[in-house]
Ligand binder design. Structure first.
Ligand code: DON
Length: 292
């Protein structure tokens, strides 16, 4: 007897993802149709490659997970209807999981502030948790410099301080930040986004402190990112003017557009109104500000 085929699981996964798309607006054989189908297929086949094989040799194939609506929603939510995703053989379906770093900024009624960035990498990190401690273990090996000595214009860094070594911990870019004024929390801010975190937090702090923006505005306005290598400025596509771009290019900068930088979550204290004002980046699908 052959093992059960992967067809049923992949078919259900693809149907579940498609169920979330507004198919009525996607004309048969249109560009949008081919793009949507290809992106759904890409995801299902990445999961098939990662998880599926003869069950006698793979006793833990997560069939319930792969065929669940919750899983399909995760695969759907990170599809971009204007751009092809990347198929990365090292990451299987995980690039489509979202990046699984999240940030909370919190202030209690007594003015105590907490700024927490929590990073797992990949879905559920290392897929292990501690029942005694109540958290999930991360999977952060990618934050080490991968190749000793290989620092490349592509952005790979091979310098010694962050090379893998026994018991060494990898370098994070998380930047949970609390700015105080007269000894009290005034700005609580942070973001996911890998190496972009440092720069998006930096600019948001400047927006509040130097440009006097309210926190919601400070979070939403145009951000850029430069990380030494690759030598390029990433900018938020619809937020930088063409004139500015042309002027920067004339100065010798290399520019690349991205949909979005950062998912900032912040709070400031308004001393006049004596209230805390919270704001969540509109680019975060499940972020929000709440008071009590
Ligand atoms: O600690 C770090 O710098 C990375 N693990 C953060 C990854 C991250 O923010 C991915 N998120 N979008």
């Amino acid at each position: 007897m052959p093992p059960p085929s992967s067809g049923g699981v992949a078919l259900v996964e693809m149907m579940n993802i498609l169920e979330l798309a507004n198919l009525d607006s996607v004309k048969f054989n249109s560009t949008a149709y081919v793009h949507l189908m290809a992106e759904v297929m890409r995801r299902a086949f990445a999961d098939r490659a990662e998880y599926m094989g003869d069950p006698d040799f793979n006793p833990n194939i997560p069939i319930d997970q792969l065929t669940s609506k919750v899983f399909a929603k995760k695969r759907f939510d990170n599809m971009d209807m204007t751009k092809a995703s990347i198929s990365d053989s090292a990451l299987y379906g995980h690039p489509y999981d979202g990046n699984n770093t999240t940030h909370f900024s919190v202030v209690d009624k007594d003015g105590n502030a907490v700024s927490i960035t929590y990073t797992l990498e990949y879905s559920y990190g290392s897929l292990m948790g501690s029942d005694k401690l109540g958290f999930i273990f991360n999977n952060e090996m990618g934050d080490f410099n991968p190749n000793p000595g290989l620092t490349a214009s592509s952005g790979q860094i091979g310098s010694p301080p962050n090379l893998i070594a026994p018991e060494k911990r990898m370098l994070s870019s998380m930047t949970p930040t609390i700015v105080t004024k007269n000894g009290k929390p005034y700005l609580i801010i942070g973001s996911p986004g890998g190496r972009t975190i440092i720069n998006t937090v930096f600019q948001t702090v400047l927006n509040v402190l130097a440009y006097n923006m309210q926190i919601d505005k400070a979070i939403e306005v145009m951000k850029i990112h430069h990380q030494w290598l690759p030598d390029e400025i990433l900018y938020e596509r619809y937020l930088m003017s063409p004139d500015t771009r042309a002027a920067l290019e004339a100065m010798g900068h290399h520019l690349r557009d991205v949909d979005n930088l950062g998912e900032l979550m912040g709070i400031t204290y308004d001393a006049k109104l004596k209230v805390y004002i919270g704001a969540a980046d509109s680019s975060s699908p499940d972020g929000g500000a709440a008071g009590y």
